[in-house]
Ligand binder design. Structure first.
Ligand code: FRU
Length: 477
């Protein structure tokens, strides 16, 4: 079933309460309903937005088209958490309306300022002739969660020589100044990250220019969702350079989600200091639009959308699409990020996973100390997901189970293991998996949609020296 543009852009008021209630029921009762991952109440979930710490809680908004599994008119749905694992729904965040968000509230960020949260985000308007008007907007949220939008744009239009692809501001407070970095496209169809600065969050915002992050030309036509993470005295730049040249950096997903580590940022000259090489944020199938939060005590976390634009997913048949990775605590090792999943509080009983029945809500740990080669299969005899460790790589093959458009996406992804790698942790959650090497030095995650998630078990071949242990994970959602 294809949605026409007209249907996707129809206003929320055209849908009945019963229709929405029915969609929510389908999601809640889905066999793929996740036990401990963030998922939409209904419809499409895409980018994580406004990830912040405010009022002694973690705040997060998920971008959402509540009425179907397609990229319709987007809004922000608000959730909050005491511990980055248990999230509570807080209702509507930012809703689309005329004149600046008529065709969607697009991505943005949030930062605590005094006793309020400041939200900076993009408004999307499509014109009759197919044009695109992007404005950068602001809103304040108080401690009761009431949001008041600032009526006029903070940044009314893109700079000269740039197109309407101009969005996803990350607001940062440093040295008594506010900075925003945005994804943008030059008229020459080159992707750029732009820096603005302002004395106060409400502005006035002044263009500084493009951020120099060490690559003159990635061959990309647009950068989406740029984020700076301040980690262990270093600066990580995470971004999505759409269309990036495979000769510059090889990647298998349709749209890449990459990062690099630099020694610092020189705001005055708009450049990263000693930027390192590019890496995938996630070596898996579906990670995109990672957003970071620079927390109140110098700690930094990220969350990643497990979904990619413009692809169909198996759960679309039930009217919903997309989920988030576990929140990951970031640290730096050399020129790489270590992404440690935040999971404490969900771990239940230990069990011996080999030949035990899996409820598909577990973590299976493989101790690799003496093992350089093994194949682990989780499945029910009909369908399966396979992990192979061989020649210094861990490979996941999801061709044996329904998944996201394998014909355009491929069915395997692999990550390189360090020579002294000693542990792999495979998290399973009914329709999503995350594989971490050595606590997060490499990560490989994705969706999969088993027909009978309750009947799966683990078998291991070729592995006399691998030690396997398991722990059940509690249902949180
Ligand atoms: C990334 C993205 C952002 C944009 C949003 C719109 O997935 O395309 O650039 O703000 O999604 O939904």
């Amino acid at each position: 079933y294809e949605w026409t543009t007209e249907q996707r852009y129809a206003s929320y008021s055209t849908y009945s309460k019963e229709y929405l209630a029915d969609l929510r029921k389908k999601q809640a009762n889905s066999r793929w309903h996740l036990g401990y991952h963030i998922q939409p109440l209904s419809g499409l979930m895409n980018d994580p937005n406004g990830f912040s710490y405010f009022n002694n809680e973690w705040q997060l908004f998920y971008q959402n088209f509540p009425y179907g599994p397609v990229h319709g008119v987007k809004s922000w749905r608000h959730i909050a958490s005491p511990d980055l694992l248990h999230w509570e729904d807080r209702g509507e965040g930012l809703m689309p309306h005329e004149p600046y968000t008529t065709q969607g509230v697009y991505s943005g960020s949030a930062i605590s300022v005094g006793d309020r949260l400041f939200i900076m985000y993009t408004g999307n308007v499509r014109t009759e002739d197919g044009g695109r008007i992007s404005t950068q907007l602001g809103a304040w949220m108080d401690k009761d969660g009431n949001i008041e939008e600032i009526p006029e744009p903070l940044i009314a239009h893109q700079p000269d020589w740039y197109t309407g692809h101009f969005r996803d501001p990350q607001i940062i407070h440093q040295n008594g100044q506010y900075y925003a970095i945005l994804g943008a496209q030059q008229e020459s169809r080159t992707g750029r990250i732009l820096i603005y600065h302002a004395p106060k969050p409400e502005g006035p915002w002044t263009l500084q220019g493009p951020l120099d992050f060490g690559y003159d030309n990635l061959g990309c036509y647009m950068v989406e969702c740029p984020n700076l993470a301040f980690v262990d005295g270093k600066v990580a730049l995470l971004f999505c350079p759409q269309g990036m040249d495979h000769n510059v950096f090889d990647y298998e997903n349709i749209y890449p989600n990459v990062y690099l580590i630099a020694d610092g940022i020189d705001w005055a000259n708009g450049r990263l200091i000693n930027p390192g090489p590019l890496h995938n944020v996630d070596e898996g199938f579906d990670g995109y639009a990672t957003q970071v939060v620079n927390g109140p005590h110098d700690e930094t976390y990220s969350v990643t959308w497990l979904g990619e634009s413009e692809v169909k997913d198996v759960s679309d048949t039930e009217g919903w699409h997309g989920c988030y990775s576990l929140v990951r605590k970031l640290s730096v090792a050399g020129d790489r990020l270590v992404q440690t999943p935040v999971i404490s509080g969900a771990e239940g009983d230990a069990f011996s996973p080999v030949r035990a029945k899996l409820g598909l809500q577990e973590c299976i740990r493989f101790n690799l100390t003496n093992a350089s080669h093994f194949v682990a299969t989780v499945g029910d005899g009909q369908e399966s997901l396979q992990l192979t460790v061989k020649d210094g790589y861990a490979t996941i093959d999801r061709s044996g189970v329904p998944s996201t458009e394998p014909e355009i996406y491929g069915s395997t992804r692999r990550m390189k293991l360090d020579d002294d790698a000693h542990e792999l942790a495979l998290y399973l959650d009914r329709s999503c998996f995350e594989l971490y090497a050595d606590g997060g030095l490499s990560v490989l995650s994705g969706r999969y949609f088993p027909t009978n998630p309750d009947d799966w078990q683990l078998t291991i071949e070729d592995a006399k020296d691998v030690q396997v242990s398991g722990v059940h994970l509690r249902t949180i959602y």
